[in-house]
Write a protein that binds this ligand. Structure first.
Ligand SMILES: [Zn+2]
Length: 401
């Protein structure tokens, strides 16, 4: 680390812009706590946090030299610097529309020198993995001081302007998060964060399963407003808020209770099938993480915007009556009479979507839970038959007769 001498001209402050935690592992970077962007400790120089020799006089008149960290104002971010929204950079694969990965790349820069504030020309990138996309917003420029403000707060004033620009950080920007702490025997409680944006609710947990966006017991506890499993950090007010948000008739609550029951039953019946258990945790967890629609009159389970966005329609506007045997996750097989509107794929699985005459409602059926679906050519026009013949190449249990 660069060592400099205290000069009279530029006073350096003892109060630092951020206190980086000490590295626990010398090879593992630590990050500026509480900053919007994950600024790691190798940026100390750029932040003008430097080890400085200061000379103090002791009471007995002798001088004492010591080295301390001090703060200057000569910020010097430079070309090629990349700063991510999260400390793990792009490593996680779970960034979606609600919680995109954001990163900043410095294209050109001049450091702060003497009275000039320097400048930083940079670009903001927004990346989602689900579905994968990467977009770059406009190129911005601002002075070094404003750039540091951006890293800290997500807001900066561009050069030649008086107006702030706010960089959208995704889910973190939704205000009024409800935080439920779920008890965790002897250890730190797990933190479930519930964010509400109109009818959409985002439910996330910081336990190991939750970090993979899988369904965990803590999310269930939170959505139930469970008192028995809450940690003492969870206030009664939070419980009341949660019970109001996820009342018994809300679609999110119905979905969750039903899926949780099925998951438990499945893991009881097939304890060895860990892959499928994890798949299901992931599927339900993703729905909750992506902004589950929370309405009293939930139209059907999969009316989640993000799910809809991932849906790839293979054949739609079919209005075709079909009969098939469907085995649900409890292993119960029922004969279903369904008017199929659409066949679609989502995450490499295939689904039928239509009106179920047994359940009197719109339902989604996974095609791998269906024996065979027989479409009668009498009920379809030529275009539809051609479309279905195409689909049939991918899905063998479709029969057209
Ligand atoms: Zn959890």
């Amino acid at each position: 680390m660069q060592e400099i001498k205290q000069t009279k001209k530029k006073r350096r402050k003892r109060e630092l812009i951020t206190e980086f935690p000490e590295r626990k592992d010398p090879n593992k970077r630590e990050f500026a706590p509480g900053w919007k962007f994950a600024v790691h400790d190798a940026f100390k120089d750029a932040l003008d946090i430097k080890l400085t020799t200061v000379v103090t006089k002791k009471e007995d008149g002798t001088k004492k030299e010591e080295k301390i960290w001090t703060q200057g104002a000569a910020f010097s971010f430079s070309e090629g610097d990349v700063i991510h929204k999260n400390p793990d950079g792009q490593l996680t694969n779970n960034h979606d529309n609600a919680d995109p990965h954001i990163f900043i790349q410095v294209n050109k820069a001049a450091p702060t020198v003497d009275e000039t504030l320097g400048y930083v020309k940079f670009q903001v990138f927004t990346q989602t993995n689900n579905p994968f996309s990467i977009t770059n917003d406009d190129v911005y420029d601002c002075n070094q001081r404003e750039f540091v403000r951006l890293l800290k707060t997500g807001v900066f004033t561009p050069l030649g302007s008086n107006n702030d620009i706010i960089i959208k950080m995704g889910i973190n920007e939704i205000e009024n998060a409800i935080v439920y702490y779920s008890r965790n025997a002897k250890k730190q409680p797990f933190k479930v964060t519930i964010k509400k944006d109109q009818d959409l609710v985002y439910v996330n947990c910081d336990c190991p399963l939750g970090l993979e966006k899988k369904l965990c017991r803590h999310k269930i506890n939170a959505m139930r407003g469970d008192r028995e499993n809450k940690s003492s950090l969870t206030s009664e007010e939070t419980i009341e808020q949660l019970r109001k948000l996820f009342c018994n008739s809300s679609s999110a609550r119905n979905f969750l209770e039903d899926e949780w029951r099925k998951l438990r039953e499945f893991s009881h019946s097939f304890p060895g099938n860990e892959d499928e258990i994890q798949n299901r945790r992931k599927r339900i967890g993703m729905a909750l993480a992506n902004g589950f629609e929370n309405t009293i009159e939930g139209p059907h389970y999969f009316n989640i915007r993000s799910w809809e966005e991932n849906r790839i329609p293979l054949a739609d506007n079919l209005y075709a009556p079909v009969l098939f045997k469907y085995t649900d996750s409890d292993g119960e097989t029922t004969e279903r009479e369904v008017t199929v509107f659409e066949i679609f794929s989502n995450n490499s699985n295939f689904y039928l979507y239509g009106y179920c005459h047994l359940r009197h409602g719109m339902r989604t059926f996974a095609l791998n839970r269906i024996d065979t679906v027989y479409f009668s050519s009498l009920s379809l026009n030529k275009d539809k038959i051609d479309l279905l013949n195409d689909v049939k190449k991918q899905i063998p249990n479709i029969i057209i007769g």
